[in-house]
Write a protein that binds this ligand. Structure first.
Ligand SMILES: CC(=O)N[C@H]1[C@@H](OP(=O)(O)OP(=O)(O)OC[C@H]2O[C@@H](n3ccc(=O)[nH]c3=O)[C@H](O)[C@@H]2O)O[C@H](CO)[C@@H](O)[C@@H]1O
Ligand SMILES: C=C(OP(=O)(O)O)C(=O)O
Length: 437
């Protein structure tokens, strides 16, 4: 028996939807609580599988966790249990999610050693961790990878600040190196640093804890090491990937939807990228209002060539929303080339959309051309399996727009990133229920 969603699509939805706190920010911020023995209070934590798993790992490390209310927790890492990190349980638990890799930086900085099994997360192509370890080694750590056990070890008597040129602007890699560098001796400069809003949030929180980081929001971070960090409070941003998903959902289902409290200033190119597909959306205060639209027409580039949407490190378009753009393009008027540059296996879910009647040519593992149906022929409901978190949500949106019944299996993949998604969708009129099959 496993969980599935049964969806009867083709219904217009309407109403307000509030995005959850950001998953990928939560994973960074939760790891940072290990950097101090003081209390850190964090709110707007999404109640989702990956985040809850990381909170459990913190508890197993003997971090004291108090729940103050929904999404509001206090953490106190004053008596960390290092034995757990070396245990068989951690080898199993740590491997379950990608975000757990970010306990390495804080552990190394505060305790001089850190261990980690090869982390989990989406199977969306190779997901190497070289950037993380190269950064730690530059700061003075000794690194060993046990290939047989797939286990990483780091040790350092002391970390010393340095100029580090990252070979790629890795998000979790930058977060990890920043968290190690805040307690290193002297000045660290990280160039080609990732600078997405969640990383900015992490750096701001670390500064409130007593760290000295400048250049936040740019690709050159300068960190003057300090001896000790203290407690603070932090509130998570709304999840930009959810926000983009709800814009896509509104367009595909011709629905009038208001997405509440989106923190517009942190959305970068996301709203305009949806506008390029012809989707009308309006900033109203800090909400996004999307009117019901029967059709949306893809813009071309100025020279008349076909619109390409591709991912890039921030402030480029996040790869986590490309599957949503792809699904939305299936009902646009016009054609779009989707170019997934970062990940190698994130576009294979298009065969499910093709089964549903979408017109897509998968050019190679990185590129797909979508020829929009202009809402003239609806997609057809079908049975499918969710391959990864974002493709899963894209398929869910496809199913909500499709004629007839769809069943999506392997919804653990969706649950790991979206809080109570079925209930929140029902609240705006969707016909979706959880079943066991
Ligand atoms: C827990 C978490 O926060 N996960 C996010 C994080 O993963 P994560 O931090 O693991 O991803 P990275 O930023 O390290 O890199 C993602 C992929 O892009 C490639 N790459 C990266 C930078 C670059 O300049 N060029 C390049 O090709 C990498 O080789 C890798 O295959 O960032 C990814 C990229 O935004 C997101 O998809 C993930 O949702
Ligand atoms: C790929 C993602 O998650 P993770 O890095 O946790 O696998 C994602 O959030 O889209």
């Amino acid at each position: 028996m496993s969980g599935a969603f049964e969806i009867r699509g083709g219904k217009k939805l309407s109403g307000d939807i509030t995005p959850q706190g950001a998953k990928n920010e939560a994973l960074q911020i939760l790891c940072a609580v290990l950097l101090t023995e003081d209390e850190v209070r964090i709110s707007n934590i999404p109640d989702i599988k990956d985040v809850n798993k990381l909170i459990e790992i913190l508890q197993d490390l003997n971090v004291k966790v108090t729940k103050n209310g929904k999404g509001d927790y206090t953490f106190k890492a004053d008596e960390v249990n290092f034995d757990y990190i070396k245990s068989k349980e951690f080898k199993k638990d740590g491997a379950k999610l990608r975000g757990s890799v970010m306990i390495l930086g804080p552990m190394l900085a505060r305790f001089g050693e850190a261990y980690m099994p090869t982390p989990g997360g989406d199977k969306i192509g190779r997901r190497r961790l070289d950037t993380h370890f190269q950064g730690f080694v530059e700061l003075g750590a000794e690194f060993v990878f046990d290939e047989e056990d797939q286990y990483y070890s780091l040790k350092a008597k002391e970390l010393n600040g340095k100029f580090i040129l990252l070979e790629e602007a890795s998000v979790t890699g930058t977060a990890n190196i920043v968290m190690a560098a805040v307690l290193a001796k002297g000045k660290t400069r990280i160039y080609n640093a990732a600078c997405e809003p969640y990383l900015q949030q992490l750096c701001k929180m670390l500064n409130r804890m007593g760290a000295n980081i400048t250049g936040i929001g740019s690709n050159l971070l300068t960190i003057d090491g300090v001896d000790k960090l203290h407690g603070t409070e932090h509130t998570m941003l709304p999840d930009m990937v959810e926000i983009g998903s709800w814009i896509g959902l509104a367009a595909m289902t011709k629905s009038e939807i208001t997405i509440k409290n989106v923190n517009w200033n942190q959305l970068g190119v996301i709203p305009n990228t949806f506008r390029k597909l012809g989707i009308e959306l309006e900033q109203r205060g800090d909400d996004i209002y999307i009117p019901s639209q029967e059709h949306y027409k893809v813009q071309k580039f100025i020279d008349g060539s076909i619109l390409t949407v591709s991912d890039a490190p921030w402030p480029g378009f996040t790869p986590d929303l490309l599957s949503i753009i792809l699904v939305v393009a299936t009902q646009a008027k016009g054609s779009v080339l989707i170019h997934q540059k970062m990940f190698e296996s994130r576009l294979f879910f298009v065969d499910k959309l093709i089964d549903m009647g979408a017109q897509i040519i998968l050019c190679d593992p990185h590129r797909a051309t979508v020829i929009g149906l202009n809402q003239e022929t609806p997609l057809r409901g079908t049975s499918m399996v969710s391959p990864d978190i974002r493709a899963g949500n894209a398929l869910l949106i496809a199913a909500l727009s499709a004629e007839g019944k769809s069943v999506i299996q392997n919804i653990e993949q969706i649950d790991r990133g979206y809080e109570n998604i079925d209930e929140r969708l029902r609240a705006i009129g969707a016909d979706i229920r959880r079943i066991e099959i």
